[in-house]
Ligand binder design. Sequence first.
Ligand SMILES: Nc1nc2c(ncn2[C@@H]2O[C@H](COP(=O)(O)OP(=O)(O)OP(=O)(O)O)[C@@H](O)[C@H]2O)c(=O)[nH]1
Ligand SMILES: [Mg+2]
Length: 400
Amino acid sequence: MNMDDDDHYQSGYDDHYQNSFPKDFGYAPFDGETEGSMDPLAGEQKPRILLMGLRRSGKSSIQKVVFHKMSPNETLFLESTNKIIKDDISNSSFVQFQIWDFPGQIDFFDPTFDSDMIFGGCGALVFVIDAQDDYMEALNKLHATVTKANKVNQAIKFEVFIHKVDGLSDDCKMETQRDIHTRANDDLADAGCDQIHLSFHLTSIYDHSIFEAFSKVVQKLIPQLPTLENLLNILISNSAIEKAFLFDVVSKIYIATDSSPVDMQSYELCCDMIDVVIDVSCIYGLREDLEAAAFDNQSSSLIKLNNGTILYLREVNKFLALVCILREDNFDRQGVIDYNFLCFRKAIQQVFELRNKALAATNMTNHSSSPVSTSETSNAPTVSQTGTIGQNGTVVIAQS
Ligand SMILES: Nc1nc2c(ncn2[C@@H]2O[C@H](COP(=O)(O)OP(=O)(O)OP(=O)(O)O)[C@@H](O)[C@H]2O)c(=O)[nH]1
Ligand SMILES: [Mg+2]
């Protein structure tokens, strides 16, 4: 690459960096006017994730860091939120939802607080607790929030983020989690609400834990998750891959992984790989076409680590990338892996097609504001161990 013109290079880099993705790739701000657009999940129908918790617990920071690429240090300058901020996350066909960021001081007993409307279409409620602060008040608020929300909508998934754990030692993290877990569940049991299930996550915006936790929250809202996991399991077992993640490239949320346990280091490695690929692509990609995606159907990358491990990234569609971790010895037969990947990609496309067809059909026949249809799960291709996909075409994965 010719780097003779430093200024040009620099400004090109900045432009590119800031526009890492084509406009329709990023997350557009919610304008509340999505009805009537071509988006099959337009307007009310997108499931909602609510971010609640006391003031200064870190709600807006989480939303900005995960979905708007804000650097953690910049969150120091965020102002307190004084009204509900609705953010439409429409980057991927699988990850389509709205995030509602609430002000810390929201009062459920205020007559203007319409709990039916707010909790009605809600898929998940993320309650953020500042672990560096005294959390007794936060636990009271958590209890009040969860019981109120559960009365309105029993389908809500409750996710408690024990947040800002970057300031705590490992022992302290565990102790805090245990304490919060016990107290929150005891409060629910005392109130006779044992049926409410809370999931707990230790999070911080200063490492990958917040992305990991959000991945798990989002995965619970994806009806096709079992199909995706099944496809990943088939792919890795037939290709001698150790671990595979299906990533939403913009947010670095993984929307599915195979069923082997996730270790944080592997996830971080894969996140870092996506950053490297996007950055290199921004710098060295075709500059004359700034709108060209830093991530497109040509995107693929292979990184060899000095411990005999390989990271392998392939584009699955406009929004999704498959990132695999495998041993170098097993990469000898790259042809088989690549063939299997193509089968995997085809299967994913079929899942998308079915989903879009089901949504389009629902939209044609029904304009009511029912929550996102899960009817496609019944139509979704079923995957058997041989890798055959339903009646919509056969995908046979080769044995490595
Ligand atoms: N150490 C640490 N600080 C954090 C973390 N997340 C957020 N913060 C800081 O917490 C402060 C409050 O963050 P906000 O995101 O504004 O909190 P909020 O919950 O939206 O507050 P309100 O809008 O007033 O309800 C900011 O100074 C952030 O930098 C974290 O993971 N670790
Ligand atoms: Mg805020």
